[in-house]
Design a protein around this ligand. Structure first.
Ligand code: SF4
Length: 478
């Protein structure tokens, strides 16, 4: 069954041009991605066994995806034995209904949330808002974009497209609207102090807390949260009810598997040896315990994952959402996350979105948002074959007749010309004769047909007066 994802109403050219015309956004995205990619590289350089660690982690996750249904069953049985209610939901509507029923039974109105891409995928805040629940995001980046009315633009840094000055402005507006004192400057200290003070009120007033999960260990029924801010621990421990919403792909088999994986989100994502907080939750508060929720619910979400697991792209589900592929992708670095038009961006978003929601949902993602440079494969700790998947998805789209007649004709003609040495050489001779029409200042600056867009922001050297083939033929001539 296909998943249900939400999308930006704007078309790809509009989203692309909006991003390219925003130099502040592009500078912000470039700064964040360069910093994170550099930190990751330095952190790995400290480990002589970096490659072996990656392989062990990847194998643990592949095993889990391969045996997904069995592991989900085992997990649900363990959770039930631990006093946790566990359900498997097909998609967004079912998840929202389930949480609404819990909230109504408990008389809950105010919800606090920690960062969770699963709930973003389900558009959960809007769905819960529609039934009268007020939801407050408590991760700093998520809090910022919630105030701005935006979606996250990066897996680990939801507000990567915004800088401190912009955050200061939105906090000032928030403070004015609430009649309180805003942050005194755009320095990190005053900004975080303001957010902390505002969020503390929400934590203390919350009736229900929602988190995602980085991993769920089947053999003991344990929910694992890996965070850097500590807000997730407040969401888990302060409200009387805790709901975990996680994809079926988050289940791993054993504690040994968890041990192999636990470092990877922080190491590959932000270049830390381990995240600041690793929280293990195995049930609701027990008699005599001072902290923790009275009720713990786990909702495991399919939303298209079982269909992906059954097909040739199953390794996509091993993604641990570390964001490393975003940080090295030349496309993401240019346009940021919102240009992708849905929840997931970067190389993994451009592959997993059509797999979850269908090829016709944002068909431009595999077609236009990858240069096949392979940088993502080198960065991905799970060794997901992203460029191979891009090529396969393009082939599937072409076979399904989704490309325009102009695209089909152009590629057919190109393929024909370049698949024989003689035809290729004739093509080069012909192009050299025509190239003066396309040149300015000694460079090729425009092109007819489908290549026109490529030259919009680039130029290239002209075809040489004598190519290697011609030089070789001349040297060998008697
Ligand atoms: S595809 Fe790989 S690099 Fe990208 S977020 Fe997932 S695990 Fe990280």
């Amino acid at each position: 069954m296909r998943g249900v994802l939400t999308r930006d109403a704007a078309t790809w050219p509009v989203r692309r041009d909006r991003a390219l015309a925003n130099p502040v956004l592009r500078a912000n995205v470039k700064n964040v991605t360069r910093r994170l990619a550099g930190a990751r590289q330095r952190a790995y350089a400290d480990y002589a066994t970096g490659r072996a660690m990656r392989t062990e982690a990847r194998d643990a996750k592949r095993r889990a995806i391969h045996q997904m249904d069995g592991m989900v069953q085992e997990l649900c049985a363990r959770l039930a034995a631990n006093g946790v209610s566990a359900v498997v939901a097909d998609g967004p509507a079912e998840v929202a209904e389930h949480i609404t029923r819990i909230a109504q039974r408990r008389g809950a109105r105010r919800v606090v949330k920690s960062k969770s891409m699963m709930t973003e995928e389900l558009d959960l805040n809007r769905r819960l808002g529609a039934v009268g629940l007020s939801v407050r995001e408590t991760d700093l980046g998520e809090y910022i974009i919630q105030l701005l009315g935006e979606r996250p633009s990066h897996l680990l840094a939801p507000a990567a497209h915004r800088n401190r000055q912009e955050v200061w402005e939105v906090f000032q507006h928030t403070a004015d609207a609430a009649g309180v004192t805003g942050p005194t400057s755009s320095d990190v200290g005053p900004l975080t102090a303001f957010a902390r003070a505002r969020l503390r009120e929400d934590f203390l007033a919350a009736d229900l807390g929602i988190t995602g999960a980085n991993f769920l260990v089947a053999e003991t029924g344990t929910v694992v949260l890996v965070t850097n801010e500590g807000n997730a621990d407040m969401v888990v421990s302060l409200p009387p009810v805790h709901v975990v919403v996680a994809g079926l792909d988050k289940v791993v088999g054993t504690w040994d598997d968890l041990a192999a994986l636990i470092q990877q989100p922080a190491l590959s994502g932000v270049g830390q040896r381990l995240s600041a907080y690793t929280t293990l939750i195995s049930g609701p508060r027990q008699p005599g315990e001072l902290e923790g929720p009275e009720e713990l619910h786990v909702i495991l979400v399919d939303n298209g994952r079982r269909a992906v697991q059954a097909g040739p792209y199953a390794d996509v589900l091993t993604c641990i959402r570390c964001g490393a592929c975003y940080n090295v992708c030349p496309v993401y670095r240019q346009v940021g996350g919102h240009a992708y038009g849905s929840t997931y961006a970067g190389p993994i978003g451009a592959v997993s979105t059509p797999l979850l929601a269908g090829l016709t949902f944002l068909p431009e993602l595999p077609r236009s948002l990858c240069t096949l440079c392979n940088a993502c494969v080198e960065a991905c700790p799970m060794d997901i074959a992203l460029p191979d998947h891009f090529i396969s998805l393009r082939r599937e789209a072409a076979e399904a007749g989704m490309e325009t007649a102009a695209t089909r004709l152009t590629y057919r003609a190109w393929g024909r010309m370049w698949s024989s040495p003689r035809r290729y050489q004739r093509f080069v001779a012909w192009a050299r004769r025509g190239q003066p029409l396309m040149m300015r200042g000694g460079k090729l600056v425009r092109s007819p047909g489908l290549w026109r867009g490529w030259f919009a922001t680039r130029d290239m050297p002209p075809i040489a007066p004598e190519t290697f083939h011609e030089w070789w033929a001349r040297r060998r001539a008697p």
